[in-house]
Design a binder for this molecule. Structure first.
Ligand SMILES: C[S@@+](CC[C@H](N)C(=O)[O-])C[C@H]1O[C@@H](n2cnc3c(N)ncnc32)[C@H](O)[C@@H]1O
Length: 280
């Protein structure tokens, strides 16, 4: 591997937490090839130098945008929505025991927004009376990605990945040829923000955090930091959902592992000395 590529990989790791291994060099180079031509750079050495020395924030954001993987879809891992509706929300309500409890959800590393919109749609459908008491904060490191999420505009191809016809009819409006926009009511409970899980301070007071399919891009140290910060920002007895290939168990003993159908989720409960799985 060339020194410039190695140096760039190190800088990307520092900026995003994402650990790119040597086998991913080709991926890095192919994802960044457009940027070489856009910025008139002749090779990766120049790109790496610009990333290191330049104060051009837009350039750095473009590089981060390109090297991060934004794969997502509507209702990804369907079983988590059953867990949210049938276990997590009822338990949050039981715990709060107020007439109009606010439910605060953070969809961290939400990519282009399919995850927070899927959560909002499923809550609207199952708990219409509760809908306006729910607030979802949806964040991602990549600026263009979070802007797209905020716009709520999706192509027919993106819609076809996970959204049913019934949901399309009920919750989307035709926008322009071949594009659809999430309706205002669904959008009204979601706030989108740019947020870097490595550097930015974590907001707190969450009843549920989803942080799916991002920790596996981090190395052990960054993953530990990530989970520590998530733990601190959750309310006691609140919930965490990770991607199906991710787990917090190696990093914290303060969570009870819960299951609902195929979904594994976590309940923050440091006072619970015996680790047990509550009934599904
Ligand atoms: C594979 S997508 C997962 C999207 C969604 N959570 C899901 O599971 O469908 C990973 C997302 O993590 C974001 N990401 C990567 N590093 C990040 C960081 N340090 N802080 C915040 N977001 C990050 C990427 O921009 C990307 O959109």
């Amino acid at each position: 591997m060339q020194d410039a590529t190695f140096e760039l990989m190190e800088m990307i790791k520092q900026a995003t937490g994402i650990s790119l291994t040597e086998e991913k060099t080709y991926l890095l180079e192919s994802r960044l090839s457009d940027i070489l031509s856009d910025y008139n750079l002749s090779n990766f050495s120049e790109l790496s130098k610009k990333f290191k020395e330049s104060s051009d924030l837009e350039f750095k954001e473009k590089v981060i945008e390109r090297v991060t993987t934004h794969e997502t879809r509507f209702f990804r891992d369907e079983s988590i929505f059953g867990a949210i509706l049938e276990r997590i929300i009822p338990e949050i309500l039981e715990r709060k025991q107020q007439r109009n409890p606010k439910i605060r959800i953070w969809s961290a590393a939400c990519s282009t927004g399919q995850e927070p919109y899927s959560i909002a749609i499923s809550i609207h459908e199952r708990y219409p009376q509760l809908f306006n008491n729910v607030s979802i904060t949806a964040t991602d490191i990549a600026r263009d990605t979070i802007e797209k999420a905020k716009s709520g505009i999706y192509s027919a191809f993106e819609i076809g990945r996970g959204l049913s016809d019934a949901h399309l009819t009920k919750y989307f409006e035709p926008f322009s040829k071949g594009l659809y926009r999430v309706n205002d009511e669904i959008r009204s409970i979601i706030e989108f923000k740019q947020h870097n899980l490595i550097y930015d301070p974590y907001p707190s007071d969450w009843d549920l955090i989803l942080c799916r399919n991002v920790s596996y891009y981090f190395d052990q140290i960054e993953r530990r930091n990530l989970f520590n910060k998530i733990e601190k920002s959750l309310n006691q007895d609140s919930f965490l959902i990770l991607g199906s290939a991710e787990s917090i168990s190696e990093y914290s003993k303060n969570f009870i592992i819960r299951e609902f159908g195929l979904c594994r989720f976590y309940e923050l409960n440091p006072s619970n000395f015996t680790l047990f799985i509550k009934g599904a």
